[in-house]
Design a protein around this ligand. Sequence first.
Ligand SMILES: [Mn+2]
Length: 362
Amino acid sequence: MDIKKEKNLLFASLMKTRNLLIYIKGSPDPDALASAFALQLICESLKIKSEIVSPMQISLAQNLKFIKTLHIPVKFTDIKDFSKYDSYAILDYPVADLDVQHNMQLALHIDHHKKTQNKIAATYSLLNDKVNAVSTIFTLLLMEINPVLPKETSVRLYTALLFGQNTDIGNMAVASEYDREAHRFLEEQADTEIISELNESLYSEETLTILSKAILNHETYKSWLITGVGYIPHSLRDSIAISADFLLEREDVTTVIVFSLIENKADKKLYLDASLRTKNHRLDLNNLIKSITPNGGGRNFKGAYQINLDYFHSSENKTELWEIANRTTRAIFRDKRDTLGKIEISGFFKKIKEDIKSIFRK
Ligand SMILES: [Mn+2]
């Protein structure tokens, strides 16, 4: 990636723009929001109008705190009329098409997920899966652009980007050289106290209860950690992913599976929800999940799937249903672990080698 060249191409595309819509497609997570914020400040420095809009609301309390503390200027609304914008930008999402009528140019498309077919080409696109967060790309661009910003704005921006990068990468062991370079810069520029506060806010009392259940019920099978946390209400669903992230920090573990039965009493919904995490570059979580169910998927060391169990919602014996789900899920993953034996073992040693190398690089 030649950042100087990328910066010039990005500027060339932005210069054709007067009023840019920075459209958050998919879930408004910190990586997408921090990148959108960075793009807006770049636009401002070029005297280009822009607006960050997300049709989807934020559910995770930590992410709400993130936009509040760092004043991320995002509007949560479903746009009906796109006529005031001449162009739009899609960040942190592989598909840039919009399913609505509009006359906007796709000015830019920047993403780090696996490429997919897009019907329209962007004036400028940077689709690089060698980085693990769009925040990495914007940090490298900003290092090149070196914009003049008031101190307060610059701290907000770099803190947002560091938090955005952290949420996508989690464990720096999966980071690429680009991610590390951006990370070193961000750590110098960001307010690390805000980062710690945001990190702490991830673990609410309810989440900690679920996490301790995950620890208590875990088994490790050939470097895979498998654990089930029983029934949890729909509002605490994110706690499964949070627990999986937490457990992946364990040194002797390459892959984590946390599952539970999610109940939504109001609309009588019941489903099994599983969150997967891995440090193994060679383990394709998407394939693994698709071999279990079409109702899920994975990318970049993370994945999840759901199994609908609405039919059992009114079943009287809840414990029995959990026991079946628990036993079955564990058996499935022990079996998958055996089938994937070779990949996982060589991947594990490759990772250790990379970790050792990266220690010496620091
Ligand atoms: Mn991302």
